[in-house]
Design a protein around this ligand. Structure first.
Ligand SMILES: [Zn+2]
Length: 256
């Protein structure tokens, strides 16, 4: 079996989906369209780190005519204006990956102000219609709680990637924890009010099997670009990091 969570594995996933007739929708397309295709995939990229990897995945997609959605953080470690612009130029949707409740340490008013100014910062580079929360397993806040005291409409937004999608109709798969399976590794990365999931995949090859077998018609895939490596040394270092984070997350769950 080839190595998983590499850019080659990602390309194989896209090729299988295209081959099986899945249409690719951005989050914006999904929310705007009144008639959804029978079979579609929404690929959501949360660019938590290494924006250069996002650009590599974007090129792999653009070569295949696939459009996806990139959510970018505005913290210094992840913010790269040239790459943000380039992602949009390649035809992808770019949205804001917000963490303003964390930044304001839970203060709703501070979080709203922080959100407004960071959203404006992204909008100076690209059009933003949708946003998506960043889940930090080490903080006690859930950034989505911002919307308890604020309104997406008031910011001219169509939707939020966790809150505005119907997960009874669209099956959610996330690569958090270096597996497509649900479980304790997805500390904050879970949908709300989702339906019973009938299918599951551990490896990308399992996920390809589900698409090939026609077992899922509509799905949203969360793909973190930093995880999908291009070179063997990068693969080894990311795998080591993922496994260490998983051990820490098991610890967090144990004390809750
Ligand atoms: Zn994130």
């Amino acid at each position: 079996m080839p190595r998983d969570f590499t850019q080659g594995a990602y390309a194989a996933l896209l090729d299988a989906a295209l081959d099986e007739g899945y249409e690719f929708l951005t989050v914006r397309d999904y929310l705007r369209r009144t008639d959804l295709p029978d079979r579609f995939l929404i690929v959501r990229h949360d660019v938590d780190r290494k924006p250069g990897n996002a650009l590599s995945l974007a090129r792999i997609e653009t070569l295949r005519g696939v459009e996806t959605t990139y959510y970018v953080r505005t913290v210094d470690s992840a913010w790269d204006p040239a790459i943000v612009r380039r992602l949009a130029e390649l035809g992808h949707e770019v949205g804001y990956h917000y963490e303003d409740l964390d930044r304001a340490d839970g203060d709703p008013r501070g979080a709203r102000e922080s959100f407004a100014s960071n959203l404006a910062r992204v909008r100076r580079l690209v059009d933003v219609d949708t946003v998506c929360m960043h889940g930090n397993p080490l903080t006690s806040h859930d950034n989505r709680d911002l919307w308890n005291t604020a309104d997406l409409d008031a910011f001219g937004l169509l939707g939020e990637a966790y809150l505005s999608m119907d997960f009874t109709d669209v099956t959610y798969f996330s690569d958090t924890g270096r597996t497509w399976e649900d479980g304790v590794l997805k500390v904050k990365d879970h949908t709300m009010g989702e339906g019973e999931k009938r299918v599951s995949a551990t490896s990308t090859w399992d996920l390809i099997g589900l698409l090939r077998g026609g077992e899922v018609d509509r799905a949203c895939l969360l793909v973190h670009p930093e995880r999908w490596t291009g070179s063997y040394p990068e693969y080894l270092s990311q795998r080591t990091k993922d496994l260490a984070v998983n051990v820490a997350k098991h610890g967090i769950q144990a004390v809750r």
